[in-house]
Design a protein around this ligand. Structure first.
Ligand SMILES: [Zn+2]
Length: 293
């Protein structure tokens, strides 16, 4: 028995919640050891500073500063060692799971809409995701090198412990970079999983099965504007949509989410044959839901 269109709209938007949860867990797992290591490095350097100078506000001598800077550099290097590879493993496995989540969600949605689905294999990670994962170690290395370059004897004498804080914060940009990659890879993989199922739902002589954009509740103006938009699989959503002209404009046409970093939008398969004629159109339901906080 097919569900009514509002019930299907709620189901579709709930799927963005599963996507957000999966992303939060993977982003935490990918970055927790790095964050912990850098925080520990900062604490150890502060402790060494107190032992050397007697006070957090006492500037070190040049000899002390040279030793403290070398110690802090060594600790940051140790904290970051192997962390890019760790994040690569987590990102790859989380994106692979996200592709399967996308096929599962699309199949579940289609069944609730009254369509019969054959089992669809989860598509492999696309070339863009693979390239971004492969580029990570080089980028984390740059964060590492930039942090170390800030840890000189002169910087420690001039700005005190703030120089250590600044260097550790510079190194922590690697964690922000990793979180962005994880989020991007997962959202893209879910959309690709949904797209694979949508293609498989198309049978000769039946109504076209489209991809419809689903934004999370309280989405940004750009993603709100994409909510309810449809394209045929293999076609691109238009660039530049926004509900707030002048803000959040992303000009490139795209095959699906993510529209931007940290975008948790998804797609559903949608056929006009599934629309409950007594209810508002699915596109309108998804637009309305996207604007609710
Ligand atoms: Zn979005």
């Amino acid at each position: 028995m097919p569900q009514s269109t509002p019930v299907l709209g709620a189901l579709a938007q709930n799927q963005t919640h599963d996507l957000a949860t999966h992303t939060a867990v993977a982003a935490h797992n990918a970055t927790a050891p790095l964050i912990h290591g850098l925080t520990t490095a900062q604490q150890a350097t502060t402790h060494a500073w107190l032992l050397a100078t007697g006070s957090p506000n006492t500037p070190p001598t040049y000899t002390q500063a040279t030793a403290l800077a070398a110690d802090a550099r060594r600790r940051i290097t140790a904290a970051m060692a192997g962390q890019a590879a760790h994040a690569q493993r987590i990102t790859t496995s989380a994106a692979t799971a996200a592709s399967a989540l996308g096929t599962h969600q699309a199949s579940t949605f289609a069944q609730h809409a009254g369509a019969t689905t054959a089992a669809t294999p989860a598509p492999p990670l696309d070339a863009g995701t693979t390239a971004a994962v492969n580029a990570l170690p080089q980028q984390v290395r740059q964060d590492h090198d930039a942090a170390l370059a800030m840890l000189t004897a002169a910087a420690l004498i001039a700005t005190g412990l703030a120089a250590v804080t600044a260097a550790v914060n510079r190194a922590k940009r690697a964690a922000a970079r990793i979180r962005a990659l994880v989020s991007w890879a997962i959202t893209a993989a879910v959309a690709q999983g949904v797209t694979a199922v949508t293609r498989a739902l198309q049978h000769p002589g039946t109504a076209t099965v489209l991809l419809m954009w689903v934004a999370e509740p309280g989405a940004c103006p750009a993603c709100q504007a994409y909510a309810g938009h449809t394209v045929k699989p293999g076609h691109l959503f238009p660039g530049g949509l926004t509900t707030n002209p002048g803000h959040n404009v992303y000009p490139e046409p795209i095959p699906g989410p993510p529209r931007h970093i940290s975008c948790r939008c998804t797609l559903i398969p949608w056929s006009h044959a599934w629309q409950d004629p007594g209810q508002p159109p699915m596109a309108q339901i998804l637009r309305d839901r996207a604007t609710r906080p």
